[in-house]
Design a protein around this ligand. Structure first.
Ligand SMILES: *[C@@H]1O[C@H](CO)[C@@H](O)[C@H](O)[C@H]1NC(C)=O
Ligand SMILES: *[C@@H]1O[C@H](CO)[C@@H](O)[C@H](O)[C@H]1NC(C)=O
Ligand SMILES: *[C@@H]1O[C@H](CO)[C@@H](O)[C@H](O)[C@H]1NC(C)=O
Ligand SMILES: *[C@@H]1O[C@H](CO)[C@@H](O)[C@H](O)[C@H]1NC(C)=O
Ligand SMILES: *[C@@H]1O[C@H](CO)[C@@H](O)[C@H](O)[C@H]1NC(C)=O
Ligand SMILES: [Zn+2]
Length: 443
């Protein structure tokens, strides 16, 4: 086995780092010490940074893992997990620490994890609401005020919304995540919650255009989202059974459309999909929001395979580069699959790259440099599961020598215009209000 020089010291103290992560709740100082210890032990394939601070000044830590942890590499997709945005939903926070522990101790030992980390850049944020976690003093299965940040705001209602004006003032934790999403070209993500057992997918909000009258708010990528949610539920020990938390058949196959469950405004997953070019689902991992620490080991056993299989899905579909004259990358080119135009078009990053999550099948990919004509290519997307690479398809525009400055998508309710143009009516308000009041306590 060849070992990078920087990791020799790491392997020597590996035992102490690994042993340090027991099944208990890690409060702010312990969490920080653990992440710093991991980075010190595995400097060649981890990177630790804070993307901002909470209202009370706690760092919002992100540990990045991958062969090139400090920066994006062309062709390597960016993945993220975010937990504990509701401070009193605590299982995800500990699951992500155990996931880190598992990944660092498996790299160069387990061939699958080695390939995963060689071909994926994985960003892990164990807590988005560290103040809310510290405010929740003792385990409690039900709602506590620790759900909110220090200003009393629900962070999963705090993002710009595509369907209506969100009047909540953007919190520091939310702003940090928005800046982070803008900085990295994330492709796939999940946010981890508690209070139910289900994988819930976009949209959480909706209007008649997306199908709200039928009680389901459907994106054009609904097939991909269903696949993503099922990847989690069927690799989980019991989520796929769909029995929810009261032994009744609540969620068939352990998944649900967010809006079908209950409508919400300003959620993080819709924001990722609309403005972040990132597919995100919401994972409810435990019926009890803050269970006793002696259950954490079982939660880890139940979730471990699902957490890993879900990351692999970042390699679905097709990816590539759009280049112009002399092969220079073209940023801000619009690249989308025909029939799946996003309301805020998905654009290439500064390296001219695009990543489109699509299930196996035949698609027409439309690459458009603003001001020039479009180029259409038919691609046959194979079942790439386990290959750790999406299909590659580049686009070349040799006549283009400019770098288009696409205006970034405005943060206004982008679906409102569609609704005005349609004749349909909204569902009666009192039904929405009733659903919201009854169920507002989970995601
Ligand atoms: C992973 O990357 C390292 C280089 O950083 C290389 O030595 C190793 O062979 C790669 N392993 C696999 C399975 O791709
Ligand atoms: C937000 O404010 C706008 C304009 O002030 C208002 O029309 C809208 O109803 C408000 N939205 C909510 C959810 O309160
Ligand atoms: C985003 O990138 C800029 C420029 O590199 C950096 O200064 C800033 O800290 C980054 N913010 C986040 C949240 O990653
Ligand atoms: C290709 O995409 C561009 C930009 O979104 C759009 O204007 C054009 O109509 C699309 N072409 C086809 C054939 O779908
Ligand atoms: C798997 O990926 C390699 C490149 O990494 C590619 O050459 C090969 O065709 C892929 N196989 C499938 C089935 O997509
Ligand atoms: Zn929640």
């Amino acid at each position: 086995m060849r070992v990078a020089a920087g990791d020799v010291a790491g392997i020597l103290c590996l035992v102490s780092v690994a042993a340090a992560l027991d099944f208990k709740y890690h409060h702010a100082e312990e969490l920080e010490a653990y992440l710093k210890g991991v980075h010190a032990a595995y400097p060649s394939f981890t990177h630790l940074h804070s993307i901002g601070r909470s209202v009370e000044g706690r760092d919002l830590w992100v540990l990045v893992l991958g062969r090139f942890p400090t920066h994006h590499k062309i062709g390597i997709p960016e993945f993220k997990y975010v937990a504990n945005m509701h401070g009193d939903e605590t299982v995800g926070r500990e699951m992500l620490l155990h996931l880190i522990d598992f990944l660092v101790t498996s790299y160069r030992r387990d061939p699958v994890i080695t390939r995963l980390l060689n071909n994926t850049r994985i960003h892990i944020m164990p807590t988005m609401n560290p103040d809310g976690f510290e405010a929740t003093k003792v385990p409690d299965c039900y709602y506590t005020p620790g759900r909110y940040n220090k200003n009393g705001e629900d962070l999963n209602r705090n993002f710009p919304d595509a369907f209506e004006n969100n009047n909540a003032s953007i919190q520091p934790e939310t702003q940090a995540v928005m800046d982070w999403i803008k900085n990295e070209t994330f492709v796939l993500s999940a946010n981890l919650h508690g209070g139910a057992l289900v994988a819930s997918y976009t949209f959480d909000n909706g209007n008649s255009v997306t199908g709200s009258l039928k009680g389901y708010s459907r994106s054009l990528d609904d097939d991909v989202f269903i696949h993503l949610a099922k990847t989690y539920s069927f690799n989980h020990a019991s989520m796929y059974k769909g029995t929810g938390c009261d032994n009744r058949q609540t969620f068939p196959e352990g998944i649900t459309n967010g809006y079908s469950w209950y409508q919400l405004e300003g959620g993080m997953q819709d924001y990722n999909y609309i403005w972040g070019q990132c597919f995100e689902i919401t994972l409810e991992l435990s019926c009890c929001k803050y269970p006793p620490a002696n259950q954490l080991e079982k939660f880890w056993r139940d979730n471990k395979a699902a957490l890993i299989e879900y990351i692999k899905q970042v390699h679905l579909g097709v990816k590539g580069q759009v280049t112009g004259k002399n092969g220079t990358p073209i940023p801000n080119a619009i690249v989308e699959a025909k029939g799946r135009a996003h309301v805020c078009p998905y654009r290439t990053n500064q390296h001219g790259e695009y990543f489109l999550l699509l299930l196996p099948g035949t698609y027409v990919i439309n690459a458009t440099v603003p001001g020039f004509k479009s180029m259409l290519k038919t691609v046959e997307i194979p079942d790439n599961t386990g290959n750790f690479s999406a299909l590659k398809q580049d686009f070349s525009f040799p006549e283009v020598s400019i770098k288009p400055e696409a205006p970034s998508c405005p943060k206004i309710p982008l679906y409102q215009e569609f609704e005005r143009a349609s004749a349909a009516v909204k569902p009666t308000l009192h039904i929405l209000a009733l659903m919201t009041v009854m169920l507002v306590i989970f995601k």
